[in-house]
Write a protein that binds this ligand. Structure first.
Ligand code: GLN
Length: 542
């Protein structure tokens, strides 16, 4: 029988609740349990595909093509599992399901009410995920912070499930303890208030994870214990860390795993975090950097949220850098700068490798193309991800094939050479304004062409599965011309005959994929394309 652990946030958001959830999962998994996780996003949006990544963070894509919250990516990386759309719940999904059921007369003429019907649907979905993943433990992260109207109904779901299964449900609150500069003292009051608010929803946390800049001291633990009504041993210190992969190790220092087991009346078990311990220790010794530049558009909201919109790319770079025993040094480069001042592109020489990641729309495109041209000519290792492939093809078409004005119809509908164009079925969808969840999403097969860099990177595999999120494609009408001039098509989707990977032979590393390899990278198992890219980049300075 599955055990359910609900995790809610107190005081404020953005304090690493997703990583905390993933870390609890990692610990339980290392004790030999089967663990899965569910993210509840309290938005009316049915999925994250229609949310602005600058506001909401990266849109992560699962193997079955769900456009979901970036925390699903954290869960996959920490738990080393592949999740599906069942693991992602939004307010939109819950209401949509209830309303559909009502329309189908499935409530048998009963009044359908927000409570209990909405929480019941949430519970139904949580149980479904537990069953699908055959989980001993299900971690359920409730997005937002306690006290918001938005997630009330999900707290209600948590309360109702506890009522139904008192022995199988646990509540964890991830809280924040500020250290205001005027006092220099860590304050517990906001946490106390957050717990009271949670109490108001009928929930008493069993465990409090106390996020702060530094570890909690005894007096603080005692205070939280008394005022928040939890045992002192259940106040777990969660200080800032250099890499998020340290978090499970920190939690285990406070014996979190066995505290959880004890609450469920389960016997203590030893956790085995040896491989993570080893890599964390190794990371601390790294001195030689590998300098990677990511060329993207400039976002007004500041670097923090911007970096969040590409979290899987950043993590994939780190995993690959650690594999090559290099310290990853990642710099965000504004492509618009290269439009205003084309000679600024020379700064790319200072990097060991350049990435153009996924993207949409016109802004900054010409600057990205300039950057790609520079990498191609100056033989700087280049990895293109989705949009980064499309723009590389455009650059090649313009400057090698002589197709002046070649472009994608996404940002230049009147281009004389639409080397990147909408897929056939996409045209119909857009005409009907059916935007949500209709891109080419999730796993599609790619057949690797032998003898290419990509095929070597993947090793023995001839067919690979990679995750997609795009509407536009390399236009097959131009394929011959591109290949004639030396562009190598290193991978195709055999069913639809679509270009999946391109390479430029004779360049130390110029590889771009229509799919998003970053979604499948894991801390101890870097993605083959990132791994090879970083290997070549790391050797560049020798
Ligand atoms: N905008 C491009 C497309 O829709 C690329 C998408 C992406 O980079 N994820 O095809």
């Amino acid at each position: 029988m599955a055990k359910y652990i609900f995790v809610a946030g107190g005081v404020m958001s953005g304090i690493g609740k997703g990583v905390a959830v993933a870390s609890i999962g990692k610990i339980l998994k290392s004790k030999g349990f089967k663990v899965t996780a569910v993210k509840i996003d309290p938005y009316i949006n049915v999925d994250a595909g229609t949310m602005n990544p600058i506001e909401h963070g990266e849109v992560f894509v699962t193997q079955d093509g769900d456009e979901c919250d970036q925390d699903i990516g954290n869960y996959e990386r920490f738990l080393d599992v592949d999740l599906t759309r069942t693991n992602y719940i939004t307010t939109g999904r819950v209401y949509q399901a209830v309303i559909n059921r009502e329309r189908n007369l499935e409530y048998n003429g009963k009044c359908v009410e927000v409570v209990p019907d909405i929480p019941n649907e949430a519970i139904f979905r949580i149980k479904k995920a537990a069953k699908k993943d055959k989980a001993d433990f299900v971690l359920i992260e409730i997005g937002g912070t306690v006290g918001e109207y938005q997630n009330m109904l999900f707290l209600e779901a948590a309360r109702m499930l506890r009522l139904e299964k008192p022995k199988d449900v646990l509540f964890v609150m991830v809280s924040f303890l500020p250290i205001p500069s005027m006092t220099g003292e860590m304050k517990t009051k906001p946490t106390q208030t957050a717990v009271r608010t949670l109490n108001g929803a009928g929930i008493q946390p069993d465990i409090i994870l106390a996020r702060s800049m530094v570890p909690l001291d005894e007096p603080r633990k005692r205070k939280i214990s008394i005022f928040c009504n939890v045992a002192k041993e259940d106040v777990i210190s969660a200080p800032d860390v250099k890499t998020i992969y340290e978090v499970p190790l920190n939690f285990e220092n406070d014996n979190l795993g066995n505290r959880i087991l004890k609450k469920f009346n389960l016997k203590s078990r030893k956790s085995n975090l040896n491989d993570w311990n080893k890599i964390i220790r190794m990371i601390r010794t790294l001195r030689t950097p590998v300098k990677i530049g990511i060329v993207g558009k400039y976002f007004e909201t500041g670097d923090f949220t911007l970096m969040d919109s590409y979290i899987s790319v950043l993590e994939a770079i780190k995993h690959a850098a650690w594999f090559s025993k290099r310290k990853p040094e990642i710099t965000w480069l504004s492509s618009e700068k290269y439009e205003r001042n084309p000679s600024a592109v020379k700064e790319l020489k200072d990097f060991d490798g350049i990435i153009v990641p996924g993207g949409f729309g016109k802004r900054g495109v010409e600057g990205k193309i300039k950057a790609i041209e520079f990498c191609r000519k100056q033989k700087i290792p280049y990895l293109g991800l989705c949009f980064g492939l499309q723009l590389a093809v455009i650059e090649f078409a313009r400057h090698v094939c002589g197709l002046k004005g070649a472009a994608s119809t996404e940002f230049d509908p009147k281009t004389p050479y639409p080397v990147i164009d909408l897929m056939m079925e996409q045209k119909a969808l857009l005409k009907e304004k059916r935007y949500g969840g209709t891109m080419r999403l999730g796993d599609y097969k790619c057949e690797l062409r032998p003898g290419t860099l990509s095929s070597k990177a993947y090793g023995k595999e001839k067919y690979i599965l990679e995750r997609h999120r795009h509407r536009y494609e390399v236009n097959n009408a131009f394929r011959e011309k591109l290949e004639e001039k030396g562009l190598k098509i290193a991978g195709i989707n055999p069913e639809a005959d679509l270009v999946e990977i391109i390479e430029i032979p004779g360049h130390p590393f110029f590889v771009a994929s229509q799919f998003h390899p970053e979604f499948k990278s894991r801390p101890l198992r870097p993605h083959p394309l990132f791994r090879e890219f970083i290997k070549v980049a790391a050797n560049r300075r020798k």
